[in-house]
Write a protein that binds this ligand. Sequence first.
Ligand SMILES: *Cc1c(COP(=O)(O)O)cnc(C)c1O
Length: 860
Amino acid sequence: MLPYMNSKDDHHRRCATGILPHQQPRWLPPPETLHLWKEFETPEPAEIAAIQKSFLRHVTKTFARTAFNMDNFASYQGTAYSLRDRLIDKWNITQQHHTREDPKRVYYLSLEFLLGRSLDSCLLSLGVKDIYKKALDELGFRLEDLIGEEVDAALGNGGLGRLAACYMDSLATLDYPAWGYGIRYNYGIFKQLIVDGYQTEFPDYWLNFGNPWEIERLDVSYEVRFRGYVNKVTEEDGTISYVWEGGEKVVAVAYDVPIPGYGTMNTINIRLWSAKPAREFDFAMFNDGNYDKAVEEQKSAENITSVLYPNDNHMVGKILRLKQQYLFVCATLQDAIRRFKKTNRPWSDFPYQVSIQLNDTHPTLGIPELQRILIDEEGLSWDDAWDIVTKTFSFTNHTVLPEALERWAVPLVQDLLPRHMMIIFDINLFFLQKVEKKFPGDRDRLRRMSIIEEGHPQNVRMAFLAIVGSHTVNGVAELHSNLIKNVIFTDFVEYYEGNKFTNVTNGITPRRWLHQCNPALSDFITQKLGSDSWVKDLEQLKKLKEFVDDPAVQKQWMAIKRQNKVRLADYIHSITSIQVSPDSLFDIQVKRIHEYKRQFMNILGVIHRYLRLKKMTPEQKAKEVPRLVVFAGKSAPGYFIAKLVIKLINSVGEVINNDPEIGDVLKVVFIPNYNVSLAEIIIPASDISQHISTAGTEASGTSNMKFVLNGGIILGTVDGANIEIGEEIGEDNIFFFGVKADEVEDIRHLNRYRKIEMDPDLRNVLDAIEKGTFGDPKIFEPLVATLTVGGDYYLISKDFASYIEAQADADEAYKDKVGWAKKSILCTAGMSKFSSDRSINEYAEKIWKIKPCSVPATLP
Ligand SMILES: *Cc1c(COP(=O)(O)O)cnc(C)c1O
């Protein structure tokens, strides 16, 4: 038997993470050895000698290196492993403390965690960065170099996955008893290379050189069933029950990623599941000489958690993805239930001990899965079970884009999860009966609200299932929460009479997105505020407003910005060989490439600027504000139009950057392979960042928050969290443009049914593309056609004039150095609201009903 193939009985006996005082441990140490255990359970002192010893022990013993066989990667590994020991000390104390206290816990379920690198953030959270730096310095290593050796953990596409990572940081920092659950993909989001201006994808085999930040837990594993059949059993008393049997089984094995809170003991866990075969392989098949097939079966189990689907805000109905979703919720619920059962509480206590948050609809199968466990395995009645389910789950909606809303074909679900399909039909039946009662005779309403969408085939509307099965549904910014209430879930708002729907505006962790990525600014803020407590209490940034008119502060503030621009310029040169001037205005748009985010409008605006410059005399050009336009971001591999946008950006850059008449007045750079560690270099260097989605399409955005926190100014539409950022920092400190969300539908209607003249400046820009100014115009025909014959769904033409005007306003404002410095300071000073600490406290109080549970430095 493989170690992860525990018998069911074993699961109930295992006590890996914490035992209760009344429980009899399976083994007791000889009393004369207790001091040894105490020594090893007590966190090591943060002293240079101890750090160096631990580093050398790992380098020599764990990695079998010698003094004459060292490089930066080996010393990164040694450092990471020594830090990992410290994390595990805190993690063990935290888990044991939580087991004893048994507080209500929150389970944050997300198919994506975009964590990025861990070394720097762990050093800062544990408060040992300076001492590690010294210890390594003495040994002849530069900490900065080691940090650069780490590969990103990129188990997410973009904003949604990064949000989950920021929320874990805040949950840990605020001492909440929380667990993150996710999937340990062997391949994260693909690596992007630009070849001849086109995006090309390479697999991201991030585990190639090991992962110091995970703890493999072969002792924590659960069986997961797929397919099979449902047996109907009639008991002697006439009651009917169902048993799901047969099919195939795989095993989900746990990998734990400890997440330390900043400046606190609390160290929580992200438990990532990896699929393994349930049997090593079929020996009968093997003995029959059918070796290939036996191995194949093994491979097909491992395939389930092999690769992250690379689509952002776009649903693709692949069966493997549905398998990922079910394996994920199945293992997670078994784990949560095992923990709940340790204390022998009645099932009715479950919702008071367990809160489960669904990060988008991806884990929605958890709802029918918990219902199935309660009725089929635990013997509860449907109504008692459903009461528990609907008091346990809450759901965050992340988008209103129709192509992003998850719908799974009924035949597919039926085949893979036959019992769940039955339960979903029943949930729907009982729900629609209640709707019918409330709105008698309203058949169209029943059709609109049905969890099952009629058609060939029928589809399960996952968002509707998530709403019906949850006690609370939230959007991620004020505008977005209003849109879901008034546009996509209106019938549900009416049915639930407004209860259930709420808003929690997204946030970002100020630890990573200011303190870590912008150390110079962080130090300066600490110096001005007289304390570093703002790192855990972002409200204190408001006090920066007192310094806004202080010329010395303005000067130092902008000097730090310039340092960060130099750092980015150096990076750009090292990657692309393009030389950019740190004295130009850095105008940055970095995010997933998507039509609704309108990178296309940005590059069309760049062409417009180029054409304008080409008409100028050298004297006129010298008066222009030099501008560097930076793009970065990945397109889904199958998203043809988005990939053409990348090609256009690179083709335009090629022409402009090599035009001797232009020089530094305009440069265009596409930085390949946008990810978290690249964001940490780019974001502190922005003067302007663009967040220019068609109004109503970007649910919140979080990179807008990262930029403004670092003193960058937004040029953006009245959309998502841009609106609330504007309210907090003041409208003078943000460049808004474009139509409002409530105008969009009417404009689209006119675009469809009337001949609307294209914006004349935009027409000129398209003419230049069509003339071949940026290479073979045939290449860009399908892209241009989205504006000319495709109805311009994202309203680029409508917004173009006001976009160009906002850009001109930004140029003008940038000429006033003092004015700009003030804006920049007021940006950072006004960002308190957008700490993920604020978001998490709102979730904890309004939705999860959980309280902090602070962990002592040592256990009694
Ligand atoms: C923050 C972040 C995002 C989200 O960016 P938006 O502009 O809000 O879409 C995406 N990718 C990475 C790597 C990030 O750090």
